[in-house]
Design a binder for this molecule. Structure first.
Ligand code: WT7
Length: 658
């Protein structure tokens, strides 16, 4: 295998001490799909010993196929084919099949606007709108296999567009509404989209963001786009180019509400979703039809312990994979009720999330650690003001959740009643791979628990040997699963070299992890966030968790800096609670605290207090930029994907004065 950057030690040392355990309550267990570890273990064992029998059983039971497959799996590493010969349609499974049941008039999507307005689409209503818009696509010359880019905020038309694409076999590629014109143009060109769906603008914290104007700039250099459909959301004035640009309301008005589903091959492309890699060029993650749908359906069912009467709210933006899988495809395929929120957690006031939970009696609430930390910072009173007793399960995704944030989430949001599922996965994996099953597993704050059914997850050292328990290493997935991405759009070489060359034919996740003595997984962050201090490999996420566990700290980001004696040292950026004095004494105290929580080896060389950290619009801290700042560099590279690029200037300025 290729040597990784941090290759001077043979393993990653795990130094996190977290010992609290939370077994499922009797009440939760009794009503759950999976009620005990014995049940999980038996089902897991079957799924690993005979994955083909397991997944074909699930595919038969959970999805509607127009024609059954001839072969469950062809695995010629790194290429997997699932359910070859099978014919299926995603829109059919998410809509049509429910219309034959009592769910016909069940709420499919409950939409909550930024300003508190709302709209509910039942399965039947959503079906009508999807058919109508699918006909618009056909009228605009879109055929099976054509790419359609979608650049929309969180409005119902986004879901309608996605399902309309899948209905006729078009491949959608959603570009998050927070991306710039340049980023949009790159993605349109990379996939050669024929049609773009956008809106005049979007609302963000009461401001109007001009999406159509961005799209106009992008389209100057994106000749593949023949038509643009524009949703009217904000009333911003826009330029409409004759012959190319059409208002959504105008084009749907004349279309029929009937549109047949195209029978897709199980392995036909379903969508492309761009995600960042270690180079500047984004990677077009390609998911296909049958396997992806099955995987998100089955994971949604078991990890959320999803029941017919549940209202599920995943707060992610649909521009990210989390929204694809757990707002739209998983829940709708199951026939659940999914809440879709246009706004942000703390606008127009802190507590906005809890207003929405209370309004719809949300039962399952799924969000990201960054949101949890931000809400925590605003103070418990904003949570406690609301009746959150409808919630029965909490979820977390996107980065390791610090035990401190975990416990706050558990106590204050969940009222000590609700299990938390810390779900580990990636854009590439389609759905969650490592996650607690809440009726079966004893939770440990900071641990994502166990691999899902059919997922063979292992921790390797540099040589590809399994490491001992509690020893850190590289998280790999050694068997194919139905939800895995099949390729990078237009870049098979990069697909092979990024993911399958470190250990031949084995999926390399890029994350570090350890498995404890009980068999539970602890994610340690990206490999490139793993630092070698005096020969000790330290996951920066662990140091961050230690910092966040201090009463004065809201958020922390830890990056490596070169160190003459230790090889690498740590540099910590720390955001403090409101009304906390950022003085020297506190720095000394934090160092002591880390020593106490982890050990002196994890003490940062320097601590810089900051009002804000540079984050992407999806809330990920951009450590690449922080690494540059920590090294006192002024040129930090591309900052265009940041939610607020001005944060960087302040950080550079303060770094000078440190
Ligand atoms: C990376 C994937 C999964 C959808 C959203 C992010 C990190 C994700 C966890 C978790 C620790 C996590 C990993 C992973 N990550 N969930 N529960 N615990 N780390 O998708 O943008 O493709 O990012 O997010 O580092 O590799 P993504």
């Amino acid at each position: 295998m290729k040597k990784k950057k941090n290759s001077s030690g043979s393993t990653i040392e795990s130094i996190m001490k977290e010992t609290r355990k939370f077994p499922p309550s009797k009440d939760f267990r009794e009503q759950a799909h999976i009620k005990s570890m014995t049940e999980y273990n038996n089902m897991y064992k079957r799924s690993i010993e005979d994955p083909e029998a397991f997944w074909s059983g699930q595919a038969e039971k959970e999805l509607d196929w127009f024609k059954k497959w001839n072969k469950v799996l062809t695995w010629e590493p790194p290429f997997a084919k699932w359910f070859e010969g099978g014919k299926i349609n995603v829109s059919y499974n998410c809509l049509d099949r429910h219309l034959k049941t009592w769910r016909k008039n069940k709420a499919a999507i409950i939409w909550e606007g930024e300003h508190g307005e709302d709209k509910t689409l039942t399965y039947q209503q959503l079906h009508r709108e999807v058919c109508r818009f699918a006909n618009v696509l056909l009228t605009n010359g879109i055929k099976k296999g054509d790419r359609v880019c979608i650049y929309l905020p969180m409005v119902p038309e986004l879901v309608i567009s996605m399902l309309a694409c899948t209905r006729i076999g078009a491949v959608h590629s959603i570009i998050f509404g927070g991306f710039s014109a340049a980023a949009l143009g790159d993605r349109i060109n990379d996939c050669g989209a024929k049609l773009l769906i956008t809106s005049d603008g979007s609302f963000r914290r009461g401001k109007r963001i001009p999406l159509k104007a961005n799209a106009d700039i992008a389209l100057i250099n994106s000749p593949s786009v023949e038509n643009v459909i524009v949703v009217n959301i904000t009333g911003l004035e826009v330029k409409m180019k004759g012959g190319r640009d059409h208002w959504w309301d105008d084009v749907v008005a004349h279309e029929s509400t009937m549109c047949e589903c195209v029978a897709m091959d199980a392995e036909d492309p379903l969508f492309i979703l761009y995600t960042s890699g270690t180079t500047g060029k984004p990677k077009g993650i390609l998911h296909t039809t049958g396997g992806y749908l099955l995987y998100v359906h089955v994971t949604a069912k078991y990890m959320f312990d999803l029941k017919e009467e549940d209202t599920l709210w995943c707060t992610a933006d649909i521009g990210w994979v989390t929204g694809h899988s757990y707002i739209v495809y998983g829940p709708l395929s199951i026939g659940a009720t999914s809440v879709m929120f246009e706004g942000v957690p703390n606008y127009p006031r802190p507590g906005r999330f809890w207003e929405v939970v209370e309004k719809y009696n949300v039962n399952i609430f799924y969000t990201a650690p960054t949101a949890i930390r931000a809400i925590k910072r605003d103070g418990d009173e904003w949570v406690k003001k609301h009746d959150l007793s409808s919630i029965r399960l909490l979820g977390s995704v996107g980065e390791p959740i610090n035990p401190e944030a975990w416990r706050w989430y558990y106590d204050v949001v969940g009222g000590g009643r609700c299990p938390i599922i810390d779900t580990w996965w990636q854009t590439e994996t389609g759905g969650a791979l490592i996650t607690p099953l809440p009726g079966a597993m004893t939770l440990k704050p900071g641990s994502a628990s166990r691999p899902f059914f059919g997922i063979k997850a292992e921790i390797f050292d540099e040589e590809g040997q399994n490491v001992r328990s509690n020893q850190g290493g590289y998280l790999v997935i050694t068997k194919p699963w139905p939800g895995m991405f099949r390729n990078l759009w237009g870049d098979e070489e990069r697909f092979k070299s990024t993911y399958f060359s470190q250990y031949a034919g084995i999926y390399f996740t890029g994350d570090g992890a350890r498995i404890d003595k009980d068999g539970d997984f602890w994610l340690m962050g990206r490999i490139d966030d793993v630092v070698n201090v005096s020969g000790h490999r330290i996951g920066t996420a662990e140091v961050e968790s230690a910092l966040v566990s201090h009463l004065a700290v809201t958020e922390a980001a830890v990056v490596p800096i070169p160190h003459e004696i230790k090889g690498q040292g740590l540099f910590a950026f720390v955001t403090l609670k409101k009304n906390t004095e950022p003085d020297k004494a506190l720095k000394v105290e934090l160092l002591k605290h880390i020593s106490k929580e982890i050990g002196p080896i994890a003490k940062p060389e320097m601590i810089q207090f900051t009002e804000a950290l540079p984050k992407t619009r999806s809330g990920k801290i951009m450590r690449r930029i922080l690494k540059q700042i920590a090294m006192d560099r002024v040129d930090v590279g591309d900052t265009t994907t940041l939610a607020d690029p001005s944060v960087v200037d302040r950080l550079i300025e303060d770094r000078k004065n440190l």
